[in-house]
Design a protein around this ligand. Structure first.
Ligand SMILES: NC(=O)c1ccc[n+]([C@@H]2O[C@H](COP(=O)([O-])OP(=O)(O)OC[C@H]3O[C@@H](n4cnc5c(N)ncnc54)[C@H](OP(=O)(O)O)[C@@H]3O)[C@@H](O)[C@H]2O)c1
Length: 301
């Protein structure tokens, strides 16, 4: 698909209630190191309008994401209002020695300080979504961090809040109940060990919580490369990766792709413009997952 059409598709959904709707696919910026700026610019140029990052120097170069955003805005590729910018507060356990806040400060202060750094890094006055990178060891700690995130939201500096690496249905239910500002995003691995989050996704859909996936391709290579999936992809004239992303989209998931290839950026965005997969083709991919990664019947995709 041409970049222009892909861009329109990436923006589908538009704004709701003054908030920029989350794009149906997002560009992930982990592990890009010194190539971050160049790759984020390429992703925006290709048509991505959702960027995921984190205030976590161990895995993300958040300042380079900000440089790319500023450059893309300056050169007229995008305006700030059209890009869904998402970052994370990463608790101490997920940081290396480059902790981007005072590790001895109270949790709420760590969240505030990390967020100030994110705004500076990203060269923006607000983010579209602030995500808790993972729940903390106790509910009390998780809630302390969440309360600080709620304050940031109320100040208008994070339009939505989310949580990541939250795989237990009880845990996200608890957070949703305890939160005054409800999580509107859950960002999780899409993999067999959790039954591809089947129950959690059903709950999330009912509550209006958007599910974002990572490890989408890398955790499921046997299924993507299986003969039935290859046969469907061949018939539809797409790659196995594209078919799999389309399958995931039709499950109601917003996949993240962190591709470093410009060709794959276009291939991934083209998935948004693919024709709807038939029920039989959806079943073929779901069956391949079940057969390649056997799970109890209750945990199927
Ligand atoms: N919340 C968390 O804890 C967490 C953890 C991990 C990741 N994330 C987020 O999720 C993003 C995505 O990470 P990921 O773990 O899913 O992996 P990824 O970095 O997106 O890597 C996916 C792999 O898929 C390949 N790929 C992508 N499109 C393809 C295509 N059309 N055809 C063939 N291969 C293709 C890429 O290779 P090429 O580069 O060659 O295309 C790459 O090897 C990260 O950047 C980050 O933002 C969040």
């Amino acid at each position: 698909m041409r970049a222009k059409t892909a861009m329109v598709m990436a923006l589908s959904g538009g704004a709701a209630g003054g908030e920029l709707a989350m794009p149906r696919m997002m560009y992930g910026t982990a592990w890009k190191k010194e190539r971050t700026r160049e790759l984020v610019l390429a992703a925006l140029g290709a048509g991505f309008r959702g960027i995921d990052t984190a205030c976590q120097p161990k895995h993300y170069n958040e300042p380079a994401v900000g440089e790319a955003l500023e450059e893309a805005i300056r050169s007229g590729v995008v305006d700030r209002q059209s890009v869904f910018v998402q970052t994370k507060f990463t608790p101490l356990a997920g940081q290396d020695e480059r902790v981007p806040y005072d590790a001895s400060a109270a949790l709420g202060e760590q969240v505030r300080s990390s967020f100030e750094t994110s705004l500076r890094n990203l060269r923006t006055t607000y983010v579209d979504c602030l995500v808790l990178h993972s729940p903390l060891p106790t509910h009390e700690e998780t809630l302390e961090a969440w309360r600080a995130m709620e304050t940031i939201h109320r100040d208008g500096r994070a339009r939505q809040l989310g949580v990541s690496n939250c795989y237990a249905l009880d845990e996200i239910r608890w957070l949703h109940d305890a939160a005054e500002v409800k999580p509107s995003v859950v960002q999780n691995r899409f993999y067999a060990a959790t039954g591809w989050d089947r129950d959690l996704r059903a709950w999330a859909q009912a509550k209006g919580v958007r599910h974002q996936s990572f490890w989408t391709l890398t955790a499921n290579p046997k299924a993507i490369d299986s003969p039935p999936v290859r046969e469907v992809a061949h018939r539809l004239g797409v790659s196995g990766a594209q078919l799999f992303f389309r399958f995931v989209l039709q499950l109601g998931i917003t996949p993240l792709t962190g591709t470093s290839s410009r060709a794959h950026m276009c291939d991934d965005l083209a998935v948004l413009g693919m024709r709807e997969l038939s029920a039989d083709d959806m079943a073929a991919v779901a069956d391949a997952l079940e057969r390649c990664y056997p799970r109890p019947a209750s945990a199927s995709a």
